[in-house]
Design a protein around this ligand. Structure first.
Ligand SMILES: [Zn+2]
Length: 363
């Protein structure tokens, strides 16, 4: 298990960009007579995705429909796990749904019920990824674990020449890794480290109970309730659904940072980066398909990513409305704000970056 590097941004914390943006966002919410947390659109999504999660499962178990229908709905059911993670759990774990942290914690359990431990998610996503975007050895989302090179600061190996070709296969096992191995391995690793993240007995019990709950409703109950299908068939549908989800997950999260022209700032021997953190976020993060409301609706507005990284406690249903304010403020301060017109153009740029990083560095 890789150890997370300690890195510090030593540029001025209080930049003019930060101050202007904060003022403009405060003005926006005051003028709209709203707060930054969930609005009616968000609560509708919370109810919708939880209802879809339950309804698709009941349909597969009890509708008695032909196999091809059950197959499509089973894959759709697995996709509800991803959309719950994107639309509910991501915000809940950032404390962005409600001012009341207990409400956020309760809704964050939706991630555990979909097979991923929320305690670890807060550690690897909120702490490691959000604090250290694109920083080699510190950002968990750009760690290649010696099989893929995501940053210019990672060491090069000849294998990486082909990484743009084999990356989709690695992405296809991303969610399977989450539900079967990653959480357990990190829990064991945290037990030994000194980051103050040592899991308590209660957290261990919660991890085991929620994993068993997940395996029960996705694999064990279908095997019992649908005796016309073998366990292998059910497991095959599970693996295929997860492969599609893993690719969707990777494309959604990786295209937010790992695209051409993105910034991979080097750090000195003490682990310091001489930059303002908010400016680094604008330089290392992109938006895509911002004008397509369907993309934002399904992806929990993870495609409107710059504002998410600057203000993760703002609920995602506000992002499309406030992103133009962020872009204008950034540009007025001489920062390059990157947007891709569509999801597919961002994915293309991600693969071009993988190809570039796969070439042997010149020096
Ligand atoms: Zn986030």
């Amino acid at each position: 298990m890789d150890t997370i590097k300690k890195v510090k941004f030593t540029g001025h914390n209080d930049s003019a960009f930060n101050r202007d943006l904060k003022k403009r966002l405060d003005n926006y919410f005051t003028q709209q007579n709203q707060n930054q947390f969930a609005d009616r659109r968000m609560w509708f999504k919370v109810i919708f995705w939880i209802a879809m999660w339950i309804a698709t499962w009941l349909f597969v178990m009890f509708s008695g429909m032909p196999s091809w229908v059950l197959f499509i709905v089973a894959v759709a059911h697995l996709y509800t796990h991803l959309f719950i993670a994107f639309n509910i759990a991501h915000d809940a774990n950032h404390d962005a749904i409600s001012k009341n942290k207990k409400v956020n914690r309760l809704l964050s359990i939706s991630l555990d019920l979909c097979g991923v431990n929320s305690h670890l998610w807060r550690y690897s996503h909120n702490t490691a990824h959000h604090s250290y975007v694109n920083i080699e050895g510190a950002d968990t989302s750009s760690q290649g674990h010696g099989i893929i090179r995501f940053t210019t600061n990672a060491e090069w190996k000849p294998l990486y020449k082909y990484q743009h070709l084999y990356a989709p296969f690695l992405y296809a096992v991303a969610t399977l890794n989450y539900v079967f191995t990653k959480d357990f391995l990190i829990f064991i690793h945290l037990r030994k480290n000194q980051h103050g993240m040592k899991p308590t007995t209660g957290e261990w019990l919660f991890l085991i109970a929620t994993k068993l709950f997940y395996y029960t409703y996705t694999l064990i109950l279908p095997t019992i309730l649908l005796p016309q299908y073998s366990f292998l068939t059910i497991f095959g549908v599970f693996v295929l659904g997860h492969a599609l989800m893993g690719i969707t997950l990777a494309f959604t999260f990786q295209t937010g940072h790992l695209i051409e022209e993105t910034s991979f700032p080097p750090f000195n021997a003490e682990g310091n980066i001489d930059k303002n953190w908010a400016i680094h976020i604008v330089e290392s993060t992109v938006d895509f398909a911002r004008t397509n409301p369907m993309v934002a609706w399904f992806l929990g507005a993870i495609n409107v990513h710059v504002i998410h990284h600057l203000y993760p406690r703002i609920c995602h249903t506000h992002y499309a409305d406030i992103a133009p304010i962020v872009q204008q403020t950034a540009e007025e301060h001489g920062l390059k704000y990157r947007t891709f017109p569509s999801f597919s153009s961002a994915i293309c740029s991600h693969f071009k970056l993988l190809k570039q990083l796969g070439q042997k560095p010149i020096n």
